[in-house]
Design a protein around this ligand. Sequence first.
Ligand SMILES: [Zn+2]
Length: 247
Amino acid sequence: MDDVITKAAATGRADSTGRTGIADRVAADVLKMVASGDIEPGDRLPSERRLAEKLGVSRVSVRAALQRLKAQGFLAAVQGGGTRVVKAAADADPALAELVRLDRSNLLDLMELRAQMEIWAARKAALSATPDDLIEISAALNAMNSDAAPTPEDKARADVDFHMAIARASHSVVYRHLLSVVRETLTEMLKYHRTVLFGSPADDRTIMTQHGDILSAIESGDPTKAEDAMRRHMTWTRDHYDRCGRD
Ligand SMILES: [Zn+2]
């Protein structure tokens, strides 16, 4: 019986019990949580029991819904029990990291693509950041000053956090998923930046100033200013690749 429900749920066909209809609704509700960003890529879902309580349905319906979302590739089982939201194309991440490691021109491509996305995200963030988002961005900015982040690794991580906070403030769940796919590679990239490209205290100060400009432009709610501030940051970074071209 369970099998029938699961199969019907997986294909979206209604069965005579009407449970599939409920499972459909539950699946849609769970997807909405993911789509709205309430649950982030990689996050664990609440337990079946809690979801059932929250949505006012039976655990059987929740299980059918989750099984269906797993079949569709949105969710994955967690070892030892539970379910998590799949990082979109998570498998592409190691491949991407490898491509970037193998060939410097791939790193440059990724840097340039990233620059375009970041400029777009800064604009969106200026239009849609909430007071909480702004607090988060400025906390990430503070965590980047040299006392709080003494090593290149610390700085790279704090830098990624700053850009992830802007991604959250963009309120684009698609962008967040995209960024989460490249997050590891991005951290590697920024570690390379901090170690090889701009390791000097003067570079640190420049980056802090540029990040500060981005934050205040987003705070002022001016999309053009935010876009410009991010473009300056990205162009400056891109220029370093040319200057350090032959290592
Ligand atoms: Zn940055």
